[in-house]
Design a protein around this ligand. Structure first.
Ligand SMILES: NC(=O)c1ccc[n+]([C@@H]2O[C@H](COP(=O)([O-])OP(=O)(O)OC[C@H]3O[C@@H](n4cnc5c(N)ncnc54)[C@H](O)[C@@H]3O)[C@@H](O)[C@H]2O)c1
Length: 271
């Protein structure tokens, strides 16, 4: 059900690769809530062509940009403001990639070139996006920027290897830039720490399926799915959350505050 929470707002949504992507659901919900936006992804991800379907169904333009490349990000913000007819009100950073995870390299033996790539793509890219927007003055007063994170930023999940470090950095960038952009233009910057979700990035992690089930049994509400995450993003882009900034917001069905659940206890029960 639509409430037109984003009526008249203009946005940039990164990271929609296929219909399982969290960003895909965010785009669909933002469209239903009355927003207009530009979709973006790395040029290499466009080759799959799936994103064209989303552009069609949400009546949006695609502007390819590698989120590690400052020139491409400048072209993205310029193209988006021109196409949408004004400054941007919301930005979704939904970007993550670790070559170390892709190649199954354990944390204790990380390849450092890959490590740098993981940090650049998954964390520094948020700083780059914000820096481009800040210096171009491309985001409206009270605009909202959301990046997607994971609880491995706070607690150790061995299978998440260098992405844990990238998420810790991502959340720190959101706090630090959130301060400066808040002072400068009342622009809000937050991270949403999402449950394990069945997507290309999620499923690429070894043991993801087992862990997904574990998290589902720990969380009193069960795992939050991509559609629910999209609802939360809409709320964060809307004026209903205008005093929230520099936060890491758990969207995980209660997982982060649960020590153990009866269901998991029973799996180990000896009595
Ligand atoms: N799936 C999960 O379990 C889960 C849980 C918590 C947080 N997240 C985070 O949610 C975000 C979205 O991931 P997803 O699960 O929807 O998977 P996904 O694979 O659908 O999305 C990741 C996106 O990052 C894009 N990308 C990679 N390199 C890029 C670059 N250089 N420039 C621009 N874009 C680039 C990919 O093309 C892809 O669209 C990521 O930040 C991820 O870490 C995912």
């Amino acid at each position: 059900m639509s409430h037109q929470l984003l009526k008249g707002k203009r946005g940039i949504i990164s990271g929609a690769l296929d219909e399982n992507s969290i960003a895909w659901k965010v785009a669909e919900k933002c469209h239903a809530e009355g927003a207009s936006f530009v979709l973006t992804n790395a040029p290499i991800a466009m080759r799959m062509g799936e994103i064209n379907k989303l552009a069609e169904s949400t009546n949006s333009k695609i502007i390819p940009a590698d989120a590690t490349n400052m020139d491409e990000l400048k072209a993205l913000f310029e193209g988006a403001t021109e196409h949408l007819g004004g400054k941007i009100d919301f930005v979704l950073h939904s970007i993550g990639m670790s070559p170390n995870i892709r190649k199954n390299i354990p944390y204790t033996g990380l390849n450092y070139d890959f490590y740098q790539k993981s940090l650049d793509v998954s964390a520094m890219s948020l700083h780059k996006m914000l820096s481009v927007a800040y210096n171009m003055d491309a985001i409206n007063e009270w605009g909202s920027v959301v990046a997607l994170s994971y609880i491995a930023a706070q607690r150790t999940y061995p299978f998440y290897t260098d992405m844990a470090d990238a998420k810790a950095m991502l959340e720190s960038v959101a706090r630090s830039f959130g301060y400066h952009y808040g002072k400068h233009r009342h622009v809000r910057v937050n991270t949403i720490s999402q449950s394990p979700t069945k997507t290309t990035a999620g499923s690429g992690i070894k043991g993801f399926g087992d862990f997904y089930d574990y998290a589902d049994k720990i969380s009193p509400l069960g795992n939050a799915d991509a559609n629910a995450c999209a609802d939360y993003c809409v709320l964060m882009f809307s004026d209903m959350s205008r005093m929230v900034t520099m936060q890491n917001l758990y969207h995980d069905g209660g997982y982060s505050n649960t020590g153990i659940s009866n269901e998991v206890m029973e799996m180990f029960g000896k009595e």
